[in-house]
Design a protein around this ligand. Structure first.
Ligand SMILES: Cc1cc2nc3c(=O)[nH]c(=O)nc-3n(C[C@H](O)[C@H](O)[C@H](O)COP(=O)(O)O)c2cc1C
Length: 359
């Protein structure tokens, strides 16, 4: 029996298997007009084709809780009801295909107002670009060569926490069954966690208890409106990959315990993204040990992600107790049917799609 294709129950939701799609920005939403930030045909096919491919749980790309929290002007958002309504068709179809629809709730912080990567990789939009805006962050420190953000006031922090909760309420109305708070990759929540990007001297900066405050407030606010029956995930960057002055794996274990106490059901364990010149030893499996530490030391369920491409490798991660599920990103872009091929390779029969049965 393959573990990869064993269901995973979290609260009242059961993912039919443990092959899940990682959030991936598509930079394909309208950047202007009444449908700004609303999913369209591109997002429908992007998410639905992975569900048709047998992926058990499908996460949307980083979906902004406020307009200024978009990474780029072309990101998805869920700060208004038009956007929420546009998601309904997608969540309904994912559920019809047997997949659990999840949404990643996000604020890009100092990495907001970026260009599309195929236009200017990793760069801010020029300040005079008609679609650019002023980014915000815990401190007015730029990420590399990007435009410097302005520092959030305590009132603005409180408002941002509320907007995360309002976005979660809309996500529920839109039919999502999992919400994931984006606390990774050098975006706003991660910027507060890491001393590398958080230089505040008030209650939100300094010791780790203060740096975790924003993440924990967001978690509490989202959990308060997200029904008890539905799972809540949190994506973390488990390390900044610098020797000193950054967020560490030990910090992640502590955070995991605090998140679990506040009703987080699974930690989605990524790394990096907050330090432009960090040296990251990228190779297959390289982020899995961080998921394993959280699972064994905090006792929280985890999903491993990063260069997981082979069915036997994925099965081994679960069989050896390193994680509870795997998230695939780029491999699913290359092959939306990865889960079906993996099931065949592991001797498991996924329910057939009637329409494609002859293949
Ligand atoms: C095109 C693209 C867009 C991405 N967008 C997001 C995102 O919106 N949110 C996020 O947390 N990670 C994002 N990521 C990171 C992926 O979720 C994943 O963690 C990463 O690609 C490593 O997994 P992989 O080796 O299976 O691709 C993105 C990755 C790619 C390739």
């Amino acid at each position: 029996m393959s573990l990869l294709f064993e269901p995973l129950a979290l609260r009242d939701i059961s993912a039919p298997n443990r092959v899940w799609m990682a959030p991936m920005c598509q930079y394909s939403a309208p950047a202007e007009g009444p449908d700004t930030g609303a999913p369209g045909e591109w997002h429908f096919q992007h998410l639905a084709s992975r569900a048709a491919g047998g992926t058990g749980l499908v996460l949307t790309e980083a979906t902004a809780v406020v307009p200024e929290g978009r990474i780029s002007p072309w990101d998805l958002g869920i700060w208004n009801d038009t956007q929420a309504a546009a998601f309904r068709r997608i969540t309904a179809f994912l559920r019809e295909l047997g997949a659990v629809p999840g949404i990643q709730l996000a604020h890009a912080g100092r990495k907001a107002s970026s260009a599309r990567p195929w236009d200017t990789p990793g760069g801010s939009l020029p300040a005079d670009h008609p679609l650019a805006w002023q980014s915000v962050a815990p401190s007015d420190v730029a990420f590399g060569a990007m435009t410097a953000p302005t520092e959030l006031s305590v009132d603005q922090i409180g408002e941002t926490v509320r907007r995360f909760a309002e976005a979660a309420e809309r996500a529920l109305a839109a039919g999502f069954q999992v919400a994931e708070i984006h606390g990774a990759h050098g975006y706003l929540v991660h910027e507060f966690l890491s001393p590398y990007s958080n230089h505040r001297t008030d209650a939100y900066g300094g010791p780790i208890e203060n740096r975790m405050r924003f993440a924990l407030e967001v978690t509490e606010a989202v959990r308060a409106v997200w029904p008890d029956e539905l799972p809540l995930f949190f994506r973390v960057s488990a390390t900044d990959w610098i020797d000193e002055g950054g967020w560490t794996a030990d910090d992640t274990v502590l955070l995991a315990k605090e998140l679990q106490a506040r009703g987080v059901d699974l930690l989605d364990v990524s790394t990096g993204g907050n330090v432009p010149d960090a040296r990251i030893p990228v190779e297959p499996h390289y982020q899995v040990p961080f998921a394993t530490r959280v699972r064994s030391e905090a006792g929280l369920a985890t999903a491993a992600v990063g260069l997981i491409t082979d069915p036997h490798q994925a099965e081994q991660i679960l069989a050896s107790g390193e994680a509870d599920a795997v998230l695939l990103g780029r491999e699913l872009l290359r092959n939306p049917y990865w889960a079906r091929h993996a099931a065949a390779a592991l001797g498991h029969a996924l329910p057939k799609l009637d329409q494609y049965a002859r293949a």
